[in-house]
Design a protein around this ligand. Structure first.
Ligand code: 9MG
Length: 291
């Protein structure tokens, strides 16, 4: 399958993230550096800032274009944490990662954590609540950071209890289009906005498959689309493996999402994803040459 050509993204589109500017002429890899003690697939191995830095450096060496850190687990059933606890987890890691050569994204929905993270060097906010918390739009608009606006039905604690839609694709598209408009109206420039259907966030396996197939429609909204499929339960259902053993399935998922128009793939397994995306590029780009 050729890469979709119907995208309204301009041919030389870039994503602006603080002092960084990333060309969108190939799928970008966002590597996950977890700093929560209950993160579902890493088991909280990266709570220690020095270990998080080591992990971050490894992900960069493997090909990560962006790093994503988060201090509040969003796994199904996860309980919320306080602003203070989230800052306690994120800030020491951010201080270590601030000088790296790739942009650092902070996964948070709290305006105070957004502001403090951006001040400490974060170049992107990854918000599973799509800046709906009071003050969140303003926190990002008052900066030059990029933002990922994600769709979620409900909240992490209960979202996987019988999620229902009349038309999952239409509803997710309508929500993300509306949030992009709200972000733009608040003063966030178009080239700082990324949209994300939120795989696994209030979705059954069937909803997730419908949304993967519909990625070209999401991309037609005119913004880069982020696909976060890595190690998710959808793959557990398909291949029957635990989270840590879903590397091959996740790599296939990232590849197929990129082929359907995802501009950024959020992954744990950067090296495998990088190799598969290079193969995709070599095959799909008719100007590719070994010279
Ligand atoms: C934090 N987090 C976990 N899964 C995610 C996904 O699919 N997308 C985004 N943007 N963030 C996620």
């Amino acid at each position: 399958m050729a890469l979709p050509h119907s995208s309204p993204l301009p041919p030389h589109a870039v994503l602006k993230l603080g002092r960084f500017s990333l060309a969108l002429d190939r799928p970008l890899i966002m590597g996950v550096v977890n700093v929560t003690p209950d993160s579902f697939s890493d088991g909280g191995r990266f709570l220690d800032p020095a270990q998080a830095l080591e992990h971050a450096n490894r992900l960069i060496a493997e090909g990560a274009d962006i790093l994503d850190i988060g201090g509040e687990s969003s796994r199904p059933g996860a309980a919320p944490v306080s602003v203070e606890e989230e800052l306690r987890r994120v800030m020491p890691v951010l201080e270590k990662l601030g000088g790296l050569a790739v942009p650092v994204s902070v996964d948070t929905s709290k305006p105070e954590v957004m502001r403090r993270s951006i001040a400490a060097g974060a170049s992107m906010i990854n918000d599973i609540l799509a800046l709906q918390a009071p003050g969140a739009l303003e926190a990002v608009a008052g900066s030059d950071a990029a933002v990922c606006l994600m769709h979620m039905l409900g909240e992490p604690r209960t979202m996987q209890k019988d999620p229902r839609y009349d038309d999952v694709v239409a509803e997710v598209c309508a929500f993300l289009g509306g949030r992009a408009q709200a972000a733009a109206a608040a003063g966030i420039a178009r080239d700082r906005i990324v949209l994300d259907p939120g795989f696994g966030f209030g979705k059954t396996p069937q909803h997730n498959l419908d949304l993967i197939r519909a990625l070209p429609r999401l991309r037609a909204l005119g913004y880069p689309v982020l696909a976060g499929l890595s190690r998710k339960s959808l793959f557990g259902k398909i291949v029957g493996r635990e989270a840590a053993e879903r590397v091959h399935a996740s790599t296939a998922g990232a590849l197929l999402a990129a082929q359907r128009g995802a501009a950024i793939v959020r992954v744990h397994d950067v090296a495998a994803t990088r190799d598969s995306l290079l193969v995709l590029r070599a095959i799909d780009d008719s100007t590719f040459s070994f010279e």
